[in-house]
Structure formats: structure tokens, C-alpha cells
Design a binder for this molecule. Structure first.
Ligand SMILES: [Zn+2]
Length: 581
């Protein structure tokens, strides 16, 4: 890779300011121009169904100008073309993660991380250590705790009061649907025995004393999450966004569908776009609870996207793309809506988060404005209701509607994804990460064969987008692909994979994390695959694909990440190589 990274022509690193008119003007007088740069000798997985494999590609003005065999592409070079030997390494399109919560970087980077700790005392230990760093009165945030992995009981405010009585402690669980707070937070937000549950949420109360226990479920948690008191000041938010994007670029992520909560986030992000410091393509969705909320947001939607359209010089950058609604909750806390009882809680079936009539309003109003909707639906009853809402909408948006998660489904609903042009947006690590702690207990053996059925969705003609739902599972796309192709968790269990007939091939999983995400946003002709004419968003991994799809996949490291032909990330070894030239 000795002569790889010298920049022969002017090109900004973030790729936002490539003067596209320049090439047209200069080249107009020439019959033929050789490419600026050719990458050859790679194991290139293009995610282009017409030609899924290639050895080489050429880049001109930030776009792939040719893709094919070593011989065909190298023959395009002249003496000014820079040649880069990929030495057999794997190249994939830039990852477009179809379901992401980027601002969670705030809690994950500034707070305590309880992910993977299966023992309440170990959570307490981490919070106690944090309390020595944070001044009294300050927030202790973070989380990722999983009560199912720690015996099934929810923790309490008292446990936090004992070690951090003077801090504001608010810790999200691994699903980000439940929050564990101390008494200081309950006081600050005036959550008492008399506070009624908000619609779609629950303030868990002690059955004897009636006092809040410190567990806030679903919308009750958003009393804290959405408050101005919880969100950091602007200068801090800007730092958080930048760090988060840099980190995601280092994992090969060049695009994402961000599941956002507020227009404040969109305004923050637009400032980065305007400054030319937004090395990402983001399709942004705002959560709504009713059709009224959709209507209220429409003027902002139009103004925002009109403004955003000015920053498309190197392809899509930031768009307010869709609305998100929550049909139900999650299986872990039995808030997901099931068509029949929870196997480990007879009589319980979860419930709708928003009444179906409100869901129908959201879909109808958004689709009438040609805006697609993403509906969170985990239980089979919720999936059915979400499909009904899409079916009943008299007008449909041009871009497909979608359902998020679909953790268990009724067989009769499988063909409806194709019939209604609804995309299934699913998270491979949710499947393999939850088998042990609770899935089989919650839904029982019979329904387990209808859980996380990626293959069945495809077999029934449906389209599948895969994602991480970070921070609820690893952002690393290779971890998601590993789960998709093996149906095994990160420790390689269970042997042979969990319902391995639902596993995908590497290229199917890759397509679902690149081109399908692009298609959901209407970007499929611009990005999403390594194809002639598209913006050159790609990722170089440091080695060939393993021969067998197993834990070796997770050993692969991202060497560099490119957006529109410009590097947005290089590993430290790559940076050294570049300096030594
Ligand atoms: Zn999510």
C-alpha cells in the first residue's frame, strides 16, 4: 500500500466541497479521461445484485466510474492514474444502518456502562465509582442494564439512594424502554404516589405503599429522557455528535436511519452539515404519538428539507425522512403486544403502546403527505396491527413504509410485507443476544420458530433491512452480519445456530445493511452499492473474508472508510503508512 494515499488532485477530506462543475468543464474538451484512482486486486462485495462480485473499481470525481475485473479496470489507467493494490482484502459498500439512535452516544460515552453485567451488585459498584467523579447534584447517566440477565427482578431507587443520594441518577435499560432512577430524580420530576401513569407508560409503584419504586416504563421514562434538564447544553451536544460520528465512521458506517426524538437534534445536525463537517448520510425520523403531532410537524418538515437540499453536492447528507410510531413495547418487560398469552405469565399479553386508531391516523396523515412511516412492532399482535394500519391507509407514500423489529409474527402475516410493500427492519443481534436471557421463556417453544424470521420474510417476497438499533446492540456491522449468517451470539453459541434455517448468506446480510437501507430513503441510485455512477462510499476491511462464516468474521478490522471517494476514517496502521510515503 506504499503509494496509496497521496492526494494528486484537490479533494476535501469530508467530501462536501468537491467542485463538481470543475470536472465537467475541464473534461469537456477531451474525448476520453482516465480515472483519478483505481483500486484493484480486492475481494469486492458490491451489494449490486446485477454483479455482486468484483476485483477492481475506478473513482472519478467522488463516484465509481467503473467496476469490474482487474484487467478491465486497470486498462482504463493512464500515467496520471493512481493505482492502489488492495492485496486481496475485502471491500464492501459503506454501511447504511437502518435503525440507529446516534445521540445515545451521550449516555454511552459520558455515563456508566452496565452492558453485559449480569449481577445487580456489579451495577451498583459502577454507579458508586461514577458518583466519586460527578459533583453532587450532577447527573449520573448511562445504563444498558438487563434485569432478565440478572435474575428477573427490577432494581430499585433505594439501591441507588444508598450510594448516590445527592446525584440525579437515571439509567436506561438495554432495550432503552425502561429507566431506573433514584429518589432525587423522582423528586425533581415530581413523580409521586399520586402521579398517574402517562398514556403508554407506567410508573411502577410498590403494591403495599403505593410509592414509585424507581422504575419508569415506556413513556414514563421519557418524562426524564425528553426533559430539558436531561439534555446537555449546546456546546456539549456538538462535541457528542462529532465524537459519535467519528466513532461510527471507524466501524464502516457511512449512513444511518436515525430514530430521533426531537427537532432540536435535527437543528444541531444541520449546523454541522452547513459547516461541511458531517461525514455521514442520515435519514432522520421523528417519533410521534398521534396524527395531530404529524400535522404540527409538517411545516418544519417542509422548511427543513428545502434547506437541506442545498447540501447535496456529494449526494444525500441529512434529510428529515419519516415519522416513527410505537405500536407496542418490548418482550423483555412483557410490554410487547402478543396475540396469545406470554408463556411465562399466563393471562398477560402486553398491550398497545398507542391505540390502533392513533397508529392509523399517523400512517394516513403522513402517507397522504407522501412521507413514509416506521412503526415499532415487536409482538405478533402489534405486527398485525401495524400491517393493518398500512393496509387501511387510503393513500400510500412513494417510499415504502416499514415495521421495526418484528420479533415474533403470525404466519398469516408473512405474505403481507410483499403485498403491502412494507419493508421488514430487523436487528440480527437482538435475536441472538436475547435467546438465553428470556426469548424462549416469554414466547415458548412453539412460537420460537416464528421469532426473528429473516429467511421467512425473504421467502415470502418481503424486503429486509438490517440494523443494530444501537445502543441496544453492538454498532459494529460485522457483529450484526455475524449474527445474521450464523444465528449465534458473540460467544459462538448455540452450536449450529438458533433456528439456523433462518440464517442469511454474507451477501444477503450485506445487501440488507447497504442497498436496502438506501432504497428505503430513495437513495438507491446514488449510494448503497459499489456500482458505476454511484457515490464512492466504501469500506476496506483488513483481510479477506474467512472461508467459514464463524467468529473469525469478528476478527476483521476496518482499515479505512470512504464517503464520495474521500477518506473519513483510517486505522492507525493506515495513517502510519500514509505518513511514510
Ligand atoms: Zn430503536
Amino acid at each position: 500500500m506504499a503509494t496509496t494515499f497521496r492526494r494528486r488532485r484537490t479533494q476535501s477530506t469530508t467530501s462536501l466541497h468537491i467542485p463538481i462543475f470543475l470536472s465537467a468543464a475541464i473534461l469537456a474538451g477531451f474525448a476520453h479521461a482516465a480515472p483519478e484512482r483505481i483500486w484493484f486486486n480486492g475481494d469486492i462485495h458490491t451489494a449490486d445484485l446485477a454483479s455482486p462480485a468484483a476485483q477492481a473499481f475506478a473513482i472519478e470525481d467522488g463516484r465509481f466510474s467503473a467496476v469490474g475485473s482487474n484487467a478491465a479496470i486497470r486498462s482504463l489507467a493512464d500515467e496520471n492514474t493512481e493505482l492502489v493494490d488492495l492485496a486481496g482484502k475485502t471491500v464492501i459498500p459503506g454501511i447504511i444502518d437502518g435503525h440507529f439512535h446516534l445521540f445515545s452516544w451521550y449516555e454511552m460515552s459520558r455515563g456508566v456502562n452496565l452492558v453485559g453485567l449480569n449481577y445487580i451488585p456489579s451495577w451498583i459498584e459502577r454507579v458508586k465509582a461514577k458518583a466519586t467523579e460527578v459533583p453532587d447534584g450532577g447527573w449520573i447517566i448511562g445504563g444498558g442494564w438487563d434485569h432478565n440477565a440478572a435474575g428477573g427482578e427490577f432494581p430499585t431507587a433505594e439501591q441507588l439512594d444508598a450510594i448516590a443520594p445527592n446525584h440525579l441518577v437515571a439509567l436506561g435499560d438495554i432495550d432503552h424502554h425502561t429507566m431506573w432512577v433514584n429518589s432525587r430524580v423522582l423528586e425533581k420530576f415530581n413523580i409521586t404516589a399520586d402521579t398517574p401513569n402517562p398514556p403508554g407508560g407506567e410508573i411502577v409503584k410498590d403494591p403495599e405503599t403505593g410509592k414509585p419504586t424507581g422504575i419508569l416504563k415506556e413513556t414514563a421514562a421519557f418524562i426524564v429522557w425528553d426533559s430539558d434538564a436531561f439534555v446537555p447544553v449546546k456546546s456539549e451536544r456538538e462535541k457528542i455528535w462529532r465524537e459519535a460520528i467519528t466513532h461510527m465512521n471507524s466501524l464502516g458506517i457511512t449512513g444511518m436511519h436515525n430514530m430521533g426524538r426531537s427537532v432540536r437534534e435535527l437543528e444541531d445536525l444541520m449546523e454541522l452539515v452547513e459547516a461541511g463537517e458531517f461525514p455521514l448520510r442520515m435519514w432522520y425520523g421523528v417519533m410521534v404519538n398521534s396524527g395531530e403531532e404529524v400535522e404540527q410537524l409538517l411545516p418544519f418538515y417542509r422548511t427543513f428539507n428545502k434547506h437541506a437540499a442545498q447540501f447535496r453536492q456529494t449526494g444525500p447528507r441529512l434529510e428529515f425522512g419519516y415519522f416513527k410510531g410505537l405500536t407496542d413495547g418490548v418482550l423483555s418487560s412483557r410490554t410487547a403486544a402478543l396475540a396469545s398469552d406470554y408463556s411465562d405469565a399466563p393471562g398477560e399479553r402486553g398491550k398497545f403502546f398507542i391505540e390502533p386508531s392513533h397508529i392509523n391516523d399517523i400512517v394516513h396523515i403522513a402517507n397522504s403527505e407522501n412521507i413514509p412511516v416506521a412503526l415499532h412492532a415487536i409482538g405478533d399482535k402489534a405486527v398485525h396491527a401495524a400491517l393493518d394500519a398500512f393496509e387501511q391507509s387510503p393513500v400510500k407514500s412513494d417510499l415504502p413504509n416499514r415495521i421495526e423489529h418484528i420479533e415474533v409474527i403470525q404466519p398469516g402475516d408473512l405474505p403481507r410485507f410483499e403485498q403491502l410493500n412494507v419493508v421488514a427492519s430487523m436487528q440480527p443481534q437482538h435475536a441472538v443476544g436475547t435467546i438465553d436471557p428470556y426469548i424462549v421463556q416469554r414466547i415458548g417453544k412453539n412460537r420460537s420458530s416464528l421469532a426473528y424470521v429473516w429467511r421467512k420474510i425473504l421467502d415470502n417476497g418481503g424486503k429486509l433491512a438490517l440494523s443494530s438499533d444501537w445502543p441496544t446492540s453492538p454498532a459494529n456491522p460485522l457483529a450484526q452480519i455475524h449474527a445474521a449468517v450464523t444465528r449465534q451470539s458473540l460467544d459462538g453459541t448455540p452450536k449450529g445456530g438458533w433456528y439456523s434455517d433462518q440464517a442469511l448468506t454474507f451477501d444477503e446480510a450485506l445487501y440488507a445493511m447497504t442497498q436496502q437501507g438506501a432504497a428505503l430513503s430513495g437513495w438507491q441510485k446514488e449510494v448503497g452499492s459499489i456500482s458505476k455512477g454511484k457515490w464512492a462510499d466504501f469500506v476496506i476491511l483488513d483481510r479477506p473474508l474467512p472461508e467459514k462464516m464463524n467468529l473469525d468474521l469478528l476478527q476483521m478490522q476496518v482499515e479505512s472508510t470512504f464517503i464520495a471517494g474521500g477518506a473519513v476514517y483510517r486505522s492507525s496502521t493506515q495513517q502510519t503508512a500514509a505518513r511514510e510515503q
